[in-house]
Design a protein around this ligand. Structure first.
Ligand code: UDX
Length: 444
């Protein structure tokens, strides 16, 4: 039996939201396979049944961190800035306690780049630290662009259509209007946050959950901005395949339903863990999906009950509704032909890794960037803008699942899938980066 006392400990600090905890736990799993033991320091997030998939992990609580319920009251940017202020002292206590416990030799603190308060504890206790960027390298490259802008002037300039459509230097094909500023609150505060996120302080490296073949230019830019090694380890859900982490209970009955559908016929609809469609949009979506005559699997976390009876009856006859799906398993299922997604970074990587083309319906921030890349760079999806109306839904679904254009998108997605799989195999870019990271951790 392994003696975990002799393993070097890594302290992981995720932002306690599904889309951020998931890749952090996958990173933890990948590091346990390399002989490290893992402590996860969480904010106000109750342990859930998924923790059982991480035997041997230790969980501790950062007691003074802000509860997630504050996001609504404060807005995302103010929440994140305030959370960094309130959590710092409490996290120092966590590290101090861990260091006094016998056998807790901390090799490194690896923290989500939005949890930059961790650096103060790392510095005080002289523990090495590494930043983990759970979103794309292009997202961080955009942060770098934003920090060089004057927020007030930029907002005035952006009233000019020409500037809106101007390409951002070295980030082709992104235009200024694609910069990820929507939905986060006042731009000046967001720019302050970007500066904090890009400040490496005393950290010795950055980890990114991406793949070099997907965004090599942005990675080069990120490397220049940070000036420390950038380890590109993605997609972590393949490297740590069994590390299922879910805040909500997965409804696996949808797999039985998928088993009864024809190959590549089903459109899977999910908008991640945070966003919901408005009632009008749900209704238009329901009609459009039914009119497309394609079977569909639809994740509706909230509000399905309030649909008019005739609509919910029609929807349940033609499709299958769950509150939360085992998404990786769904995307890997041969019956799935397309993914209607809000283009969160995890969903984007999961879809590419299964060669599934997408209909992009981003809500805010970096989801817009991901959508631009899906449609224009990788050319594996359709970006839907404007109002969601039943005819638009019907046409988009048919185009993706049945038209020649959709077939080409799928072919390109399958080429990318092969590249992603190669990257995590022995000798691939992400495989090599993980080896380099482990060497880094062992010599720090
Ligand atoms: C958030 C942000 O919204 C997103 O823009 C950012 O890129 C990451 O953090 P979220 O909106 O939840 O994430 O989206 P996403 O990144 O796609 O993560 C959702 C995760 O939940 C995925 O790993 C997905 O597999 C999982 N999921 C989603 C399920 O397991 N079941 C579901 O039914 C829906």
């Amino acid at each position: 039996m392994e003696n975990i006392e002799h393993k070097r400990r890594i302290v992981l600090v995720p932002l306690p939201l599904q889309g951020h905890v998931t890749p952090m736990m996958q990173l933890g799993k990948a590091l346990t396979l390399k002989g490290f033991s893992i402590t996860v320091a969480l904010g106000q997030l109750n342990p859930v049944s998924s923790w059982q998939h991480f035997p041997g992990f230790q969980f501790i609580t950062i007691t003074e961190s802000l509860p997630l319920s504050e996001i609504e009251a404060l807005g995302p940017v103010e929440f994140l800035i305030k959370n960094n202020n309130t959590s710092e002292a409490s996290f120092k206590d966590c590290i101090s306690q861990l260091l006094t416990q016998q056998g807790n030799d901390i090799a490194c603190i690896i923290y989500d780049d939005l949890m930059y308060f961790c650096e103060a504890a790392a510095k005080e206790f002289k523990v090495p630290s590494i930043i983990f960027s759970t979103t794309s390298a292009t997202h961080k490259a955009c942060f770098s662009v934003l920090t060089k802008l004057n927020p007030k002037k930029f907002l005035i300039d952006m009233e000019d259509l020409e500037l809106q459509n101007k390409l951002v230097e070295n980030l082709h094909p992104l235009r200024y209007k694609d910069l990820p500023i929507a939905g986060f609150g006042p731009l000046d505060r967001f720019v302050e946050l970007c500066k904090e996120v890009l400040n490496r302080r005393t950290s010795s490296a950055v980890i990114v959950n991406t793949v070099s073949c997907l965004e090599s230019l942005s990675l080069t830019r990120m490397q220049q901005d940070f000036g420390i090694p950038v380890y590109t380890l993605g997609p972590l859900h393949i490297t740590a395949a069994s590390a299922t982490y879910s805040l909500l209970e997965e409804d696996k009955s949808c797999i039985e339903w998928l088993n009864k559908q024809k190959p590549r016929s089903v459109i899977y609809i999910s908008l991640g863990s945070i966003f919901d469609m408005g009632t009008k949009e749900v209704l238009e979506m329901a009609w459009g999906l039914c009119d497309s005559n394609q079977p569909f699997l639809w994740v509706i976390r909230n509000g399905y009950e309030s649909l008019p009876e005739e609509v919910s009856k029609m929807v349940s006859e033609r499709g299958y509704i769950v509150k939360w799906a085992p998404q990786s398993e769904v995307l890997a299922h041969p019956a799935v032909g397309g993914f209607w997604s809000h283009c969160g970074w995890n969903s984007t990587l999961e879809s590419i890794a299964e060669g599934v083309p997408m209909i992009c319906r981003p809500f805010n921030g970096e989801q817009n960037l991901n959508a631009v890349y899906i449609e224009n760079v990788w050319r594996i999806g359709i970006l839907l803008q404007g109002e969601v109306e039943r005819g638009v839904v019907e046409r988009a679904v048919k185009k993706l699942i049945m038209d020649d254009e959709g077939v080409l998108m799928r072919e390109r997605a399958i080429v990318l899938k092969e590249k992603l799989i190669s990257s995590v195999r022995n000798g691939g870019s992400s495989y090599n980066a993980l080896t380099e990271l482990v060497n880094h951790l062992n010599t720090d």
